[in-house]
Design a protein around this ligand. Structure first.
Ligand SMILES: Cc1cc2nc3c(=O)[nH]c(=O)nc-3n(C[C@H](O)[C@H](O)[C@H](O)COP(=O)(O)OP(=O)(O)OC[C@H]3O[C@@H](n4cnc5c(N)ncnc54)[C@H](O)[C@@H]3O)c2cc1C
Length: 477
């Protein structure tokens, strides 16, 4: 490459985080009217990382994320700037509920249940998910005193303390496990669901806090006539977001696929990057849009301490089996967006998402798309098997739980090796140390799903913030 390296900014990693960072750099250079070379380096043969929309016959499937949350600005704001807001849809309201497996039967999650806590007591009293004793303990939350210190605690400890063990085992563990594929005994409450910490502090009771909040939300929804539900996705699938992002940057960013960065070191112009295969390039600033353990490898020659702290963030592995079925071959009515499975049910799958109930246009008439999640921090042994065995186990679980029979019209198994960060207790302190250590290297930006949040809006924001920060630190004139 012949361009002056003092005018080159490199983004390593072509997942949604890296693409959002590159896009923000393009926006910055356009606003400042400065010519700067932006290079995006991606180890694999495609951008998108864990995104994966695929067309299989008349089915449009997602092998990674299927939608993003709209109450965090990252995704929606980017879609607006890309001019694709009109192509976003929300999940079909008809099936807007989730199911929990309970002693082998699927039970609808009580109305008003909000991840950790109920906002309405009556549906909780009626639900078969808790025993009479479990319900009494749950209702006693109103009177459980506030925590007396500010220390972080695990999600399991918090739920046990406020609502009791049964509520943890039967409702909260599967719901939260379905999102983070984590063990709630180690998951940090402050890092994952800080609003509940705040609610306890403010109201003394989560039931009280949620009831107040849901009243307020009802009023503000009526006033604003919100355009979206809580989740949105491009009508054509998540890859539309990727492709639109790629199209927006392609004239200004050099995207290099099959380019794995193997080391990063200081030099007089900034940084020197070695690729697998022997090539080297220089750059004045670098955004590492990678899982934290990958950034740790690259940063070891720059700061061992930063590298060691990044390594402390653990990642879990999982797999997803996407399968297509004739509805006639499924006994269960699939009257929900999906099903989560408590660990104590002793099944071999974590959750099943009914993609074609959320987004009916993705499957042909009379057909269904199921996404079965396997592995995670609590069942790692389930993915230490061959693809054939994982598929066989998942299909036999679908048969036992949902009455899915016959041969699926297609199956697609995708493994995610160390893709899901585990925000364990103390994550925020570790993050503060990382940010403090990284501040000594203002021309390096750290972004990705291992820092402030796992979801797509968090990743987008993290890429944009890292891009802003390296842009601000590089004197381009
Ligand atoms: C199965 C699954 C379902 C999910 N569902 C949702 C959902 O519905 N909604 C939601 O909001 N979130 C969801 N998430 C989370 C979200 O999708 C991810 O957190 C997010 O996409 C991560 O993006 P990323 O760019 O940070 O990382 P990645 O997608 O992992 O991208 C990192 C990229 O860096 C590349 N790379 C790695 N090392 C190097 C190197 N040395 N040199 C060059 N390139 C390198 C990799 O090849 C990869 O392409 C889901 C995650 C999974 C695994």
């Amino acid at each position: 490459m012949s361009v002056d390296p003092s005018r080159r900014i490199v983004v390593i990693g072509g997942g949604i985080t890296g693409l959002a960072a590159a896009h923000r750099l393009v926006e910055k250079s356009q606003t400042a009217n400065q010519s700067v070379e932006i290079v995006l380096l991606e180890a694999s043969g495609r951008v998108g990382g864990v995104f994966g929309t695929e067309q299989i016959g008349d089915y449009t499937i997602e092998t990674g994320a299927d939608s993003f949350i709209t109450n965090k600005p990252g995704g929606i704001e980017l879609a607006k700037r890309l001019g694709m807001e009109d192509r976003l849809i929300s999940p079909n309201k008809e099936f807007q509920r989730s199911l929990i497996l309970h002693r082998g039967e699927t039970v609808v999650t009580p109305v008003g249940f909000n991840l950790l806590a109920p906002s309405q007591v009556w549906p909780m009293l009626k639900t078969p998910l808790l025993s009479p004793l479990g319900k009494a303990r749950m209702a006693a939350e109103y009177f459980v005193p506030r925590k007396q210190n500010e220390e972080d605690e695990s999600l399991a400890s918090f739920v046990r303390r406020r609502f009791g063990q049964e509520m943890l085992d039967r409702i909260v563990q599967p719901m939260v496990g379905g999102i983070y594929t984590s063990d709630p005994e180690s998951l940090s409450l402050k890092a994952t669901l800080p609003r509940f910490v705040e609610m306890e502090r403010k109201y003394g009771s989560l039931i009280k806090g949620l009831r107040k909040k849901s009243k307020k939300e009802k009023q503000s929804k009526q006033a604003s006539g919100a355009r979206y539900g809580l989740f949105a996705t491009p009508e054509a699938g998540m890859s539309d977001l990727l492709n639109t992002l790629l199209a927006a940057i392609q004239d200004r960013v050099q995207v290099r696929l099959n380019t794995k960065v193997t080391s990063l070191s200081n030099n007089e112009n900034g940084y020197s990057l070695d690729f697998e295969g022997g090539e080297t390039i220089e750059a004045s600033a670098v955004v590492l849009a990678l899982p934290t353990y990958r950034s740790a490898e690259l940063l070891s020659s720059i700061s061992q301490e930063l590298s060691d702290t990044l390594k402390q963030i653990e990642y879990a592995s999982s797999a997803i089996l996407v399968s297509g079925h004739s509805l006639a071959n499924i006994e269960h009515p699939l009257n929900a967006f999906g099903l989560v499975i408590p660990h104590i049910e002793n099944r071999k799958i974590l959750a099943v998402s009914f993609l074609s109930r959320k987004f009916p246009q993705r499957a042909p008439e009379g057909k269904a798309i199921l996404r079965t999640f396997i592995g995670g921090a609590m069942q790692p042994e389930e993915i230490e098997k061959s693809d054939e065995q994982v598929i066989e186990t998942a299909l036999s679980e679908l048969k036992a739980i949902l009455g899915v029979s016959g041969t699926p019209e297609f199956t697609r198994l995708v493994r995610y090796n160390r893709a899901m960060p585990q925000f364990s207790v103390g994550h925020l302190e570790r993050l503060a140390t990382i940010r403090e250590l990284a501040s000594q290297f203002p021309k390096i930006g750290l972004a990705g799903n291992g820092y402030e949040g796992v979801g797509i809006p968090d990743c987008i924001t993290s890429g944009e913030v890292a891009a802003n920060s390296v842009w601000g630190s590089v004197q381009i004139g």
